[in-house]
Design a protein around this ligand. Structure first.
Ligand code: 17E
Ligand code: FE2
Length: 418
């Protein structure tokens, strides 16, 4: 199969992309636009073709449960955790699989082929984890799924928390999680980070910690995570998710912190729609945005990407799988609508996220890599965001996985020529 008349990010002109089975066989410059004549060829119509979108942070075990049994009325993270604990008590294997499958379909519909999901393992029955381990296999033709063993109710503060984490990794979770800002004391938060880094180092797993997801400027577990990563030289395998307290740190502390963050080489995930909704809840006015310093992290040369976090769950009532919506909102929220940011905005949902997930050569529009790609409805990053563009075709392992026909508009009038 060939894809004709493709634009590529960061390049001028048009290209033909040749797929040979499950690999990208060639990427060849085209002097002019050409008409496809082979029925198996796809016409990109001079729009952008990129590697698939990535969802680096979602909770597939909790999706589609908002309002069950009760709605989060305060809009806070902590009420979300309470409401989820009620729902978690009645979670079953089949219920988890049905909701995860429906959510994966939404992600696939928006061109996502790589997903990192957190799964709550503060549940001695491991009902959700067992279900998700099966979903990881059953969805392999649609997405690559990484599972984070996520201790929603704490490692140190939850009964047998350490044993549950160890067991979850032994059962086959890919990534070690954490939630130090939720632990009962500061000391427990620090101990939880040391414990989870030991577990990851011992097992060779990646790390992704919900870190400082609070407007409390005293929540400073990011420095602990970064220092543990730096000393162990594990930074490229470690991710700090949320880090919204950084939006409340003063600049003097942040300037010292950034030195450590850079040295540690860790990755960052921001979930801007989730955070703008959950944070700032204890403020009147002025009201904080409650989002991490996305532009500053990026400017400092560190790796940061955007995630959805939730789709219709106890923390966030909206969402539909469309990561471009998160990108657009995030660029607004983080003061990143400058020309240069818009020009390379898709980095935040493609290459940067792939680096966070440590995908290496399993990802990217390059000869020899897997024949996974998406055809977009716009010719460049800026226009994709501005037009609220869509993924028109998603190709995985050299086969069409999803094709979208955009809505057709008919207009019956125009402004008179004066
Ligand atoms: N759990 C948590 O601790 N934080 C979140 N943002 C979500 C679940 C969605
Ligand atoms: Fe999360």
């Amino acid at each position: 199969m060939n894809i004709l008349n493709a634009r590529l990010r960061g390049k001028t002109g048009l290209y033909r992309i040749e797929l040979d089975g499950e690999r990208i066989a060639a990427i060849v410059s085209q002097p002019t636009a050409i008409q496809p004549n082979d029925g198996s060829d796809l016409d990109a119509n001079q729009n952008l073709v990129t590697a698939p979108f990535v969802e680096p942070h979602i909770h597939l075990d909790a999706t589609l449960t908002a309002g069950e049994p009760a709605w989060n009325m305060s809009g806070t993270l902590f009420e979300g955790i309470e409401r989820w604990a009620e729902r978690k008590a009645v979670v079953t294997h089949e219920d988890t699989k049905v909701r995860a499958r429906r959510t994966i379909d939404m992600l696939v519909d928006h061109g996502i082929q790589h997903v990192r999901t957190h799964v709550d393992v503060t549940d001695p029955s491991f009902a959700a984890l067992k279900a998700m381990l099966e979903v990881r296999e059953e969805a392999r033709h649609l997405i690559d799924l990484q599972i984070v063993a996520f201790p929603q109710e704490g490692i140190e503060s939850f009964k047998n928390g350490r044993a549950l984490m160890t067991e979850a990794i032994a059962m086959g979770a890919d990534v070690v999680g954490g939630i130090p800002h939720f632990e009962n004391t500061r000391d427990q938060g620090v101990e939880s980070v040391k414990f989870l880094m030991d577990l990851a180092e011992r097992t060779g797993c990646l790390v992704d910690v919900h870190c400082d997801e609070t407007d409390d400027p005293q929540s400073r577990f990011l420095e602990v995570l970064a220092e543990e990563a730096r000393v162990r030289e594990m930074g490229e395998k470690v991710t700090a998710s949320h880090t919204v307290a950084m939006g409340s740190y003063d600049n003097a502390y942040c300037s010292k912190l950034f030195r450590l963050l850079k040295a540690s080489k860790i990755n960052f995930v921001s979930c801007p729609t989730e955070s703008i909704h959950l944070q700032g809840r204890f403020d009147t006015y002025p009201k904080r945005r409650g989002v991490t310093r996305v532009a500053e992290i990026d400017r400092a040369g560190m790796n940061i990407c955007f995630g959805q976090d939730s789709i219709v769950d106890p923390w966030y009532p909206l969402g539909n799988g469309n990561i471009v919506r998160i990108l657009e909102a995030g660029l607004h929220i983080c003061h990143m609508l400058g020309y240069e940011d818009l020009q390379r905005s898709l980095d935040l949902i493609t290459d940067n996220s792939a680096r966070t997930l440590h995908l290496g050569e399993r990802y990217g529009l390059e000869v020899g890599r897997p024949a996974n790609l998406v055809i977009l409805s716009a010719p460049d990053d800026y226009e994709m965001v501005r037009s609220q563009g869509q993924v028109l075709t998603s190709i995985r392992s050299g086969k069409v996985l999803m094709q979208r026909t955009p809505a057709r508009v008919e207009r019956f009038g125009e402004v008179a020529r004066g």
